[in-house]
Ligand binder design. Structure first.
Ligand code: GLC
Length: 539
């Protein structure tokens, strides 16, 4: 599809929305959204860290890939204790990434290419360098916007409760004056107290600031965390990290967060052009997750149960069915995702490039929206041998190396050339890139019909051409009988087969093959599905 066509789609979607026909347009219901981890996408100034100008210069890659929108991870002023998820000024660009005029130029350039732009908002916590927290450190009377409490024990030497940080260790840090403050993440990320009226007023204003600049939506960081159970009760048993997303916890998925999302939805809807909210929410069940995307709340919520699903056809089918049922119950589409900046890349999780390619075609065939994490279109593996002193993930250092795999999926992208930095920028790279990534670069894969990049390009082009792919409105997904270890589903005009076996499988051809993650052999009546492969069929 040409840029002109994309631009005209965008224009008509916007005009529908401005004329008050927002639900009819619903661009986000089947959008493919590309996650740019700004630090690691493209560097324009040679400091080894990706930046907004680098993103702008590489936007043609994304337009050619065929995605609908771009999600930019935080680029705000930050001490970078957690890759920018520790924001010190929500209305300014960190000099590491550029300035506000670069943000403005990036949004304008993306729109000119027909790409929408989503930015991160981090409302659960600020940076410890935020003016509010600095004031709180100086003056106990200025602490109400955070969770400050006296400790337990005879001299207050024990934390106020037993909560643990997601990054390991206690979720509380004590100040020299004796008070403790809550941080569900690193100590440099104090949790905000959303009971305080100034907190919600401030975030309304921050959202307006970026909406006025023209962005098309927000990815809401820790959207399940802002409200804590009254009285901050103990959990009572250890191993809290394993409970996140599986059990109700007094600091996650509390009812009160929904009121915040409802008010943000009203704010988003007060702007023309269908601006959206995307929840990064960890909820114990698909049904609880669906509550975040009720018609008066956010538009999308990442389906992490799909992301966490092993290479097992029965488990995949169950997750797909349960996710579709849960989101249908609130009349919302499902938002599929395989990789992001917080998890091991799915090529490595699934154990091979063949499976990664197959999983991508499966995801892109499902009804709903899908997120593509930068580099998955190149088939990048996780980098598992980073030297300890290069690692930046705060979790790595807080858990004595037990955890901290998040740096391995954040290694700067290879664009061209045979040696590091592979066209990432004119200088080095903030994390070292492996040898041999030249063959995985955008330049090396472009034009090679067997490359993963060309597979993604072809898949996204077909997704636009065949309504049975993606668009939830096109009709139901129906499972058909298939040999063991094979999944076969149909949608109007379309079929998808997934062979999860390490050996080929023969079955009656469900139609005419239009795209496959590995070469298929068919005589028109029967087909031999290659090992670990996914094939799309026109019917
Ligand atoms: C989200 C982000 C992650 C960050 C955390 C704390 O989970 O995706 O990168 O560390 O929130 O803000």
């Amino acid at each position: 599809m040409t840029h002109e066509l994309i631009a005209s789609r965008l224009a008509s979607a916007s005009s529908n929305a401005t004329s008050g026909n927002a639900t009819a347009s619903g661009w986000w219901r089947d959008a493919v959204i590309y996650q740019v981890y700004v630090r690691s996408f493209a560097d324009s100034d040679g400091d080894g860290v990706g930046d907004l100008r680098g993103v702008r210069e590489r936007l043609p890659h994304l337009a050619r890939l065929g995605v609908d929108a771009v999600w930019l991870t935080p680029f705000y002023v930050s001490p970078q204790a957690d890759g920018g998820y520790d924001v010190a000024d929500y209305r300014a660009v960190d000099p590491l990434f550029g300035d506000l005029s670069d943000a403005d130029a990036l949004v304008a350039a993306a729109h000119a290419l027909g790409l929408r732009v989503i930015v991160d908002v981090v409302p659960n916590h600020t940076s410890a360098e935020h003016p509010w927290f600095r004031a709180a450190l100086r003056d106990p009377a200025a602490r109400a916007r955070y969770h400050f409490h006296p400790g337990r024990g005879p001299s207050g030497e024990l934390p106020p409760n037993d909560w643990e940080s997601v990054f390991g260790g206690p979720a509380w840090t004590r100040l020299p004056d004796g008070d403790w403050y809550l941080h569900l993440f690193a100590p440099e990320q104090p949790d905000l107290n959303w009971e305080h009226p100034e907190v919600s007023e401030e975030f309304d204003s921050v959202l307006r600031f970026w909406l006025d600049l023209g962005i098309d939506g927000f990815r809401v960081d820790v959207a399940h965390g802002m409200v804590k159970a009254p009285g901050l009760p103990d959990i009572g048993h250890g191993a809290q990290a394993t409970l996140i997303g599986t059990e109700p916890l007094p600091f996650f998925d509390q009812e009160g967060v929904h009121e915040i999302h409802r008010s943000w939805r009203r704010l988003l809807d007060s702007y023309p052009g269908e601006r959206i909210g995307v929840a990064e929410a960890w909820a114990p069940t698909s049904e609880r997750l669906a509550l975040y995307i009720r018609p008066d709340e956010l538009h999308q919520a990442f389906n992490f149960r799909f992301l966490n699903c092993p290479w097992d056809p029965a488990a995949m089918r169950t997750v797909i069915d349960e996710s579709l049922a849960a989101t249908a119950s609130v009349d919302a589409p499902t938002t599929w995702v395989l990789s992001n900046h917080d998890v091991v890349r799915h090529r490595t999780r699934y154990g091979s490039l063949d499976r990664a390619r197959a999983a991508a075609l499966l995801m892109l065939a499902l009804p709903g929206s899908a997120y593509v994490y930068q580099g998955e279109e190149l088939g990048l593996p996780e980098v598992t041998d980073l030297p300890d002193d290069a690692r930046r993930d705060p979790a790595f250092h807080r858990t004595a190396g037990q955890d901290g795999l998040r740096d391995g999926c954040r290694v700067p992208l290879p664009w061209a050339g045979a040696e590091p930095p592979y066209g990432f920028g004119p200088g080095g790279t903030w994390l070292p890139q492996p040898a041999g990534w030249g063959d995985l670069s955008v330049a090396a894969q472009t034009g090679d019909p067997h490359s993963t990049l060309e597979l993604y390009r072809a898949a996204l082009e077909l997704r636009r051409a065949m309504p049975g792919l993606g668009a939830p409105e096109a009709g139901p997904l129906t499972w058909q009988s298939a040999p063991e270890d094979v999944l076969l589903f149909t949608r109007p005009g379309f079929a998808c087969t997934l062979n999860t076996r390490p050996t080929p499988v023969e079955l009656p051809a469900p139609g005419r093959p239009v795209l496959s993650s590995a070469p298929v052999e068919t005589d028109g009546r029967t087909v031999r599905l290659p090992p670990d492969s996914c094939t799309w069929w026109a019917m």
